[in-house]
Design a protein around this ligand. Sequence first.
Ligand code: SAJ
Length: 406
Amino acid sequence: MINVIGLGYIGLPTALMMASHGVEVVGTDYNADLVATLNSGKTTFKEDGLDELFEAAVKGGIKFTTEYQVTDTYIVSVPTPYDKFSKKIDACYVISAVKSVMDVCPKGATVVIESTVSPGTIDKFVRPAIEENGFVIGKDIHLVHAPERIIPGNMVYELLHNDRTVGADDVEIGEKIKTLYASFCQGEIVVTDIRTAEMTKVVENTFRAVNIAFANELAKICRHDGMDVYEIIKICNMHPRVNILQPGPGVGGHCISVDPWFLVGDYPSLTKVIWESMKVNDSMPEFVLNRIYDIMKEKGIKDTSRIGLYGLTYKENVDDYRESPTLQLVECMERHLAHPLKVYDPFITEDIVENQYHDFDEFLSSVDFVVIMVGHNEIKENMDKLADKIVLDTRKVCSLENVYYL
Ligand code: SAJ
């Protein structure tokens, strides 16, 4: 039996995937409300194909509980926040989950860490947490790091098809865990050591952050001299070895806006490119604010009362708003004591910010100037409703004429 610890954005789909592929799974989470929701037959976030996967896993016998199980294999997928000031990883959830596993697990058990951790975290924090209990790693407890790679919005497909990395001290244990993931994963699974696995995960997200920063910097250069950044990127990308990403209003989510800071925090004097890239991405919400201001001046708009931000999530068609560019922009306005803009997002039903609307038409009738912060399908399918508005499209999703871009 596999005990998956932490039933969030990664743990839940992973547990469901295994259970629907014939593996006996118990999912454990310390949040009793979350466990109750799952036990009542409902999923806890929106994701394409997740409900169907949930159904298949329930048929496959998956159980949800707040209790840690006595078994031989644990998969830990709990959050790894970072300290905003020091930019270092806060491994407290991983440590506490591993300690709770140690309280119940028999000798010979394997603990797989799926949570993203900065290189060295397992040596620095996880090994001591295990050894504290008198266990000898490699003899009494086996340790594996198998970082996830799935992208919110396409998680179910990517869980099935992406290649994976399994880092282990011992190749035999690595191969055993590879077989477990191969129960559902059709991609190639590479077995390596733990330190390498830790590093690859953070490097993958840093690669994307740096490349998004490059696109954002191009947007700024092009704005400065009135050039069309999208046309330029389109043409450049026809070169066989160039593949520039898309500029946007900033970078959010719990991965790309976070993981690169682990490297900056650990190697401050060696991470010039990464650090500057993060600063460029972090500057984008304020860049959008400046664009709003310029357009207001051009159009003779005197106050912000009829300006609205469309989209609150960190990217299109997901319900996750962690570190989202819209939240960053709202916070930036607050810091400048500015009156909050109207905000609407079809995926967010609870009140997150001031002046938030929950009905698309009501939102539209309360504004004359719409800033598209997220390109949800809803807005793409309802472009005609923006025909009489001033539109600043930060995602290049608008098909109307006379639209402003970044
Ligand atoms: N973004 C841009 N321009 C782009 C692409 C993205 O501005 O061209 C923005 C998005 O709008 C969003 C942010 O960047 O705000 C991040 O979105 P994303 O779709 O690039 O990535 P995430 O954070 O949803 O998922 C990433 C993925 N990592 C990589 O692609 C290297 C995913 O595979 C990882 O599993 C995930 O991080 C994670 O959990 O680490």
